[in-house]
Design a protein around this ligand. Structure first.
Ligand SMILES: [Zn+2]
Length: 397
């Protein structure tokens, strides 16, 4: 199949390995708030990818982390006067309940960053030995000047990289940094933040090192596919590459980098600060998991998705037709053959998970069942194919 790789900016050929499992790592959530539709879209896309790879006969090892060492979690816990552990545990359980309600398969590995600190420390020590990192006052920074390829995925000049990093949590005025774009591998943190012992004193890891550590620990030094939301194209994913490739000595760390477009709401960017988040569990009160899945798959995954509440009803109609087509009884007339639409459906998914085309094929097939059954055709085999294909998309039916 072909999958769009954010590093090559091409649809790269992905050949299923025959002698080992496919490895997939997807950056997970910081557990301080409930799953919103933007998270849901990302995890639904990778759920589809896992189902499709398994349908092809591949064994898939899928690791998705929980970022339970992160500023927003600590800030929310302090604001609400609860322990960060309790908040993280409660929100992680909510996330898992949302996954179950959305028919999202559990990842093979679901590690929590707070339980993986030792792996991170080993990588950071090695980066210091190799001259890629330096220690100042109990903090350890990655030196971006030590990596001529730093940030390649973003295809931006230095000033633009710095501006984007600053929007996404970088502190350019940290007096200990040699370069304002250098990023934290280990930090003393703010007073009150949780700390762990390390060779550099009590502190905690930076965000980026968490994913490099968990990805390599659970999936190996080189992995097939690594994904996340498009906001991770910089700085998070290039930082992951920069800090792990020198340590393993293996390139590339990842064969294919996949990113899902961000989700908007009725034409506005969906964000905490605007207060217009749609939570998965609220959407599920009004719509079935199949309807939400159909709706969120109705546009190409790499594009930004404008969640329009009025549009979800159209997806519900399409899902109703699908269910109806699967429930009909045909006649003893000519057999309706599914081979052509089946091939079209599979070809669509093999083309970088082209879900809009795949849905159009399913919709057409559902319509064919309804009209052929009315004419007395034998639709049993066709219905079975329709059901199988819908289940690759993760429909509950
Ligand atoms: Zn990550």
């Amino acid at each position: 199949m072909r999958l769009y790789n954010s590093l090559s900016r091409e649809k790269d050929l992905f050949v299923l390995p025959t002698d080992r499992p496919v490895t997939l790592y997807v950056c997970g959530v910081t557990p301080y708030d409930t799953t919103h539709i933007g998270h849901a879209r990302t995890f639904l896309i990778f759920d589809l990818l896992v189902r499709f790879l398994r349908w092809h006969g591949a064994e898939v090892r899928y690791c998705q982390n929980v970022t339970d060492v992160d500023d927003p979690l600590f800030e929310r816990a302090a604001r609400d006067g609860v322990s960060w552990q309790d908040l993280a545990e409660h929100q992680t359980q909510q996330l898992l309940a949302d996954y179950a309600a959305l028919n999202i398969l559990m990842p093979t590995y679901f590690p929590r960053a707070s339980e993986e600190i030792g792996t991170m420390i080993v990588i950071i020590e090695r980066l210091i030995e190799l001259g890629h990192a330096y220690v100042v006052a109990g903090n350890v920074y990655f030196s971006v000047q030590s990596d001529p390829d730093f940030g390649k995925m973003a295809r931006m000049g230095y000033d633009e990289l710095l501006a984007v990093a600053n929007q996404r949590g970088n502190n350019p005025s940290d007096p200990f940094k040699r370069d304002p774009l250098d990023f934290v591998l280990w930090q003393t943190g703010k007073p009150g933040d949780p700390t762990w012992p390390s060779p550099w004193g009590l502190g905690r890891p930076g965000w980026h090192i968490e994913c490099s550590a968990m990805a390599t620990r659970y999936l190996g030094e080189q992995i097939d596919i690594h994904g996340g939301g498009a906001d991770l194209i910089f700085p998070h994913h290039p930082c992951e590459i920069a800090q792990i490739e020198p340590v393993t000595g293996k390139r590339p760390f990842v064969q294919i980098w996949m990113h899902t477009g961000l989700v908007w709401l009725d034409g506005e960017k969906m964000s905490k600060s605007l207060g217009n988040l749609v939570f998965a569990r609220d959407a599920l009160k009004e719509h079935s998991a199949d309807t939400l899945r159909w709706y969120l798959f109705s546009q190409p995954y790499r594009q930004e998705f404008d969640y329009q509440r009025a549009e979800v009803a159209h997806a519900a109609e399409a899902v109703r037709l699908l269910h109806m087509a699967l429930d009909l009884e045909g006649g003893a007339g000519p057999v309706l053959a599914p081979d052509v639409p089946r091939a079209e459906f599979l070809a669509a998914l093999e083309d970088d998970l082209n879900t809009p085309t795949a849905l159009a094929v399913l919709h057409m097939m559902a319509g064919s069942v309804v009209s052929a059954a009315a004419d007395g055709a034998n639709v049993t085999g066709y219905q079975q194919t329709l059901r199988d294909l819908a289940q690759i998309l993760g429909m509950v039916l």
